[in-house]
Design a protein around this ligand. Structure first.
Ligand code: HEC
Length: 181
């Protein structure tokens, strides 16, 4: 056989062997329980970056709904602030003047600060995430809520960077205290 052919054959054999070895290693590593799923374990940077990239592109591609007219007027923002509190977003993401619940610190990926998210996402993207959730993270789907309510939540999230603690409180005032008997 000509030397060039022998060389090519050896290279192919090497890659064939290397991929079988990698497959066996991966099976033992993952199926044998060596990979840690603890939320205290850090995943490699490349895995993290790949998952973030995948999430961003997936949300962008799927968020095709258009907001209804005036979804972010004063009434929409008030409905959004009320729903944000009642549906428990505040526990994981906090709100102006409201603390995040302690357990949210143990979530990984950790719930982002929505003031920052609001600057980078369109209302349609926020609507899609809240309606569908994000698989295999702590972000639940709120698909059982009616769409107009979800749009009002998206409006509120978009507005978060501009809201002071007082603004937020006036949008969703605490329920009046029960009268003394
Ligand atoms: C149990 C905790 C929890 C609750 C309750 C929760 N979220 Fe989340 N949320 C998360 C986590 C964790 C992520 C991050 C997911 C990720 O990084 O992939 C997230 C992500 C998001 C994102 C996407 C951020 C991005 O970068 O695109 C938005 C928007 C959001 N949440 C809004 C809400 C709203 C609005 C509510 C209430 C209707 C809510 N979340 C309720 C945990 C929660």
């Amino acid at each position: 056989m000509r030397p060039a052919l022998t060389f090519t054959r050896n290279i192919l054999a090497f890659f064939g062997f290397a991929s079988i070895a990698a497959g066996v290693f991966a099976s033992v590593f993952f199926l044998g329980g060596w990979y840690s799923v603890a939320s205290t374990a850090w995943e490699p940077e490349i895995v993290r970056e790949t998952l973030i990239f995948t999430r961003e592109n997936s949300v962008r591609r799927h968020a095709v709904d258009f907001p209804p007219a005036e979804f972010d007027n004063a009434a929409g923002l008030r409905a959004g602030a009320r729903a944000y509190l009642d549906r428990g977003c505040v526990n994981c993401h906090g709100a102006p003047g409201a603390e995040w619940a302690r357990f949210s610190e143990g979530l990984r990926p950790d719930p982002p600060d929505l003031k920052e998210v609001a600057k980078e996402r369109s209302p349609a993207e926020i609507f899609w995430v809240v309606k569908n959730g994000i698989n295999m993270t702590g972000m639940p789907s709120f698909g059982d809520a009616p769409d107009p309510e979800l749009w009002s939540i998206a409006a509120l999230v978009k507005k978060l960077p501009d809201l002071s603690d007082e603004d937020f409180k006036s949008l969703a005032p605490p329920p009046p205290a029960a009268p003394n008997p």
